[in-house]
Design a protein around this ligand. Structure first.
Ligand code: SF4
Length: 408
């Protein structure tokens, strides 16, 4: 079985609509992010929403913590390129105001809106207006009674919090729900989501809350969200990073593309880690290539490899790649050498070939070159490098001999 193309069997969930974005069922896993501006600052918030949408966010959440924020939402929602969700804490009236402003969804934290009559008033209004609600349980703000009952924010306590909220919604006949059980501890959130997935078929919103700044935050969020997605759990995701939220949207999008859960929209850049055999500064070339492709929206896998000895073979599945050797760059398509370019032009040539393949396809690209000539040139540099550095470019054999000598 070709594991690289294996698809993830997703858990079957109900489907809801957040504006025109479907969540759950057979809908693709969506990416969410949250603005960091004051929602009352309409222009500043819209600017950020546009940046988030351009970076891959399908849905954006804005805080609705005061009347001015709700008034801002009334102006933001009609001008937003993506559905807007209002984030509600403590004041149930802000949920009613946000719905009046026309938001496409709400997020309620059951830990801090606890009066049943308030919860039911919001759910009744949401039912009548057709506005979905996320029950956003957070380990850090769990209802103190549940905290006491379970002796802490356990997975069971978090799931029960969501179930209690669902029961209130049920009483008023409201079921347009998605649920999250976030924690800043990865093992805790993973287990909470697993238990929740067993307990309900509502769609789930995944996240590691307060993950922190990158790279630590990225690692934690990817570990938690990625683990669950691989198990088929999760219908929409949010990276909670202490960073420009554009980074959240990008990370979410990249994770889904890496897992094959969303169509690739941009280059998947792969690069070797470099070693003693490298003929160029691989890190520098890979970074330049990443910058060059960032805004180009070319859905190809492109490889930057440090040497022509192993590069084209190791990256033979890439659509296009380049490997350094003897001050030259060897371009290859699906592992076949196609051209030799000066080292200084490696990135420019990659871009040019990628654009050609994107427009005309791999076959057309292969037709425009002399494959035999390119293969011979690559072989020449390969042989020269093997002569220069031998098969043991990292000098491991020499080192082992030396180690044996000093330890004998
Ligand atoms: S052998 Fe070549 S391709 Fe592989 S890591 Fe080293 S430099 Fe990169």
């Amino acid at each position: 079985m070709d594991v690289s193309s294996a698809s993830i069997a997703r858990r079957v969930t109900k489907q809801i609509s957040v504006g025109d974005v479907k969540v759950g069922g057979d809908a693709p896993v969506s990416v969410q992010s949250m603005t960091t501006t004051k929602t009352a600052d309409v222009d500043g918030t819209l600017q950020q929403i546009y940046a988030l949408a351009a970076a891959g966010a399908d849905i954006v959440r804005c805080t609705c913590n005061e009347a001015e924020a709700a008034e801002g939402l009334a102006q933001i929602v009609p001008r937003s390129p993506v559905p807007i969700i209002a984030d509600i804490h403590h004041q149930y009236k802000m949920a009613l105001a946000a719905m009046e402003a026309g938001v496409d969804g709400l997020r309620l934290n059951p830990g801090n809106i606890r009066k049943p009559e308030h919860i039911k008033a919001v759910a009744t209004e949401a039912r009548d207006r057709g506005v979905p609600i996320r029950i956003g349980v957070n380990a850090g703000s769990l209802d103190p009674k549940l905290y006491e009952k379970y002796g802490g924010a356990t997975p069971e306590a978090m799931v029960e919090s969501a179930q209690m909220e669902m029961a209130y919604f049920d009483e008023v006949g409201f079921d347009q729900i998605k649920i999250s059980v976030k924690a800043s501890s990865v093992p805790l959130m993973v287990e909470a989501y697993r238990q929740l997935a067993d307990a309900t078929d509502h769609p789930l919103h995944l996240g590691v809350t307060e993950a922190g700044p990158p790279p630590e935050g990225l690692v934690k969020a990817t570990a938690g969200i990625g683990a669950l997605l691989l198990e088929g759990i999760g219908d929409t995701i949010r990276y909670s990073l202490t960073a420009d939220p554009v980074e959240e949207a990008k990370a979410g999008r990249q994770l889904l593309e890496a897992l094959g859960l969303r169509e690739r929209t941009n280059v998947d850049l792969i690069a070797c880690p470099s070693c003693g055999r490298a003929e160029v500064d691989v890190i520098e070339v890979a970074n330049r290539a990443r910058d060059a492709f960032e805004d180009r929206e070319i859905p190809l896998q492109i490889a930057v490899m440090g040497c022509v000895v192993n590069g084209p073979g190791e990256a033979r599945d890439a659509d296009l790649g380049i490997a350094a050797g003897n001050k030259r760059g060897h371009l290859f398509i699906k592992g076949r050498n196609v051209a030799v370019v000066p080292e200084a032009e490696m990135v420019d040539q990659l871009v040019e070939w990628a654009e050609f393949i994107d427009e005309h396809g791999v076959d057309a690209a292969l037709e425009r070159v002399d494959l035999d000539k390119a293969a011979k040139e690559a072989e020449k540099d390969r042989a020269r490098l093997l002569d220069d550095k031998g098969a043991d470019a990292n000098h491991a054999t020499e080192k082992i001999v030396e180690i044996r000598r000093t330890t004998s």
